[in-house]
Design a protein around this ligand. Structure first.
Ligand SMILES: [Mg+2]
Length: 386
């Protein structure tokens, strides 16, 4: 039993209730305002009693519970609190896989000689997070990631549970199929329509039927149904920067051509940032002259960015101030550094306006090979005239 999963309970709402005692015991909803088109990010357990859930439209949450306190997310503070929690976790093992801002897997196989059993470590972590940060964290322990996370889900809120080998035999088969990793509400419905409700039903059904319902995921999910999950805990390597560069077949000195290249690179880097759900604070332009002399020019942006327009504006300014304008270059590069997560901010993108244009472009480009949607100035005259 060396895999530990932990998950802070109603994290954002709990931070608000801790810091604003007048909110304690009240339904608290963190997310978009109720009169917007945005969604609920997190809600307190008091709010859950009214049927409010994460990702539900805020307007619906308001209809369910008009007296709830709606608050905008304060991501900076939640990120600070998350860092403190992860610092505590890091004392018990270096092998930590963050699943999100408030959820992680720990591989404790090298920790027992110092800290004792996984259960003992779980109690330690819960006690420390509660006494040092005033937050509840639920802990699940088992032999693999799937069972550890399942244990957490079963003991939440404010619980600790070990999913034992005996439970794989007695308990797991009785659970509904949506407890299996990768079975969302759509797959669950599909299975239910075929009379498959529990994990045991799934194991008893003909594999051909399951394959027709679950597709390529079948083998993995049937493994989970038997309590098997061989995925290792993979520590997340922090992406330090994202960059692209172009070496020209022959030297280019035309400044307009260089700016077009910078625009193309801005598009690429911005797309990669958004795919990784990251934003960048620092844009760097690299310029190499024909004699292999390389210059780097950086600028730190007041707010982190991941849209091509903002990145290009900085990149062009750096180029114009580099002293290389109009001079021949053999290579141009663009790097976005000092990265931070953007995933939680994206929830609020839909709050007051339509969908973010950049994400629409990304979806179109993913659907029809990359490069379908590009700014008009990237098209050369030949393409434009077609
Ligand atoms: Mg949580």
């Amino acid at each position: 039993m060396h895999i530990l999963h932990c998950d802070l309970d109603a994290f954002f709402a709990s931070v608000e209730q801790r810091d604003h005692p007048e909110l304690k015991g009240k339904p608290v909803v963190i997310g978009a305002p109720p009169n917007s088109r945005g969604v609920v990010s997190t809600c307190s357990y008091e709010a859950r009693q009214y049927g409010i859930r994460s990702a539900m439209p805020s307007s619906q949450a308001y209809r369910l519970c008009p007296q709830a306190v709606f608050l905008p997310p304060d991501m900076k503070r939640y990120q600070e609190e998350s860092r403190k929690v992860f610092n505590i976790l890091a004392e018990y093992t270096p092998v930590i896989e963050a699943l999100s801002i408030d959820e992680a897997f720990l591989d404790l196989s090298g920790s027992h000689s110092i800290w004792g059993s996984s259960m003992a470590i779980g109690h330690h972590i819960r006690h420390r997070v509660k006494s040092e940060l005033g937050l509840n964290i639920s802990v699940g322990i088992s032999t693999n990631k799937f069972l550890a996370k399942l244990a957490t889900n079963l003991c939440k809120p404010d619980g600790i549970m070990e999913f034992t080998d005996q439970m794989v035999v007695d308990l797991l088969p009785t659970l509904s199929v949506d407890n299996l990793w990768g079975i969302g509400s759509v797959s669950a419905q599909r299975l239910n329509h075929s009379g498959i409700y529990t994990v045991q039903d799934l194991l008893d059904a003909p594999e051909q039927l399951i394959t027709s319902l679950l597709g390529s995921n079948t083998g993995f999910i049937l493994g989970l149904a038997k309590g098997i999950d061989n995925r290792p805990v993979t520590p997340y390597e922090e992406t330090k920067s994202i960059g692209n560069e172009i070496t020209f077949p022959k030297n280019v000195s035309d400044s307009l051509a260089i700016e077009q290249v910078l625009l193309r690179l801005s598009e690429k880097v911005a797309y990669r940032l958004r795919r990784a759900q990251l934003k960048s604070h620092t844009i760097t332009v690299k310029l190499r002259t024909p004699d292999f002399h390389t210059l780097s020019r950086s600028k730190t942006c007041p707010t982190a960015v991941n849209d091509s327009r903002s990145i290009f504006d900085v990149a062009r300014m750096l180029y114009q101030q580099s002293g290389q304008e109009g001079k021949p270059l053999r290579l141009v590069g663009l790097t976005a550094g000092r990265l931070q997560g953007s995933e939680y901010e994206q929830l609020s993108l839909f709050a007051n306006s339509g969908p973010d244009i950049s994400s629409v472009i990304d979806r179109l480009n993913q659907k029809y090979t990359s490069g379908t949607i590009i700014p008009a100035s990237l098209l050369d005259n030949h393409e434009r005239n077609q």
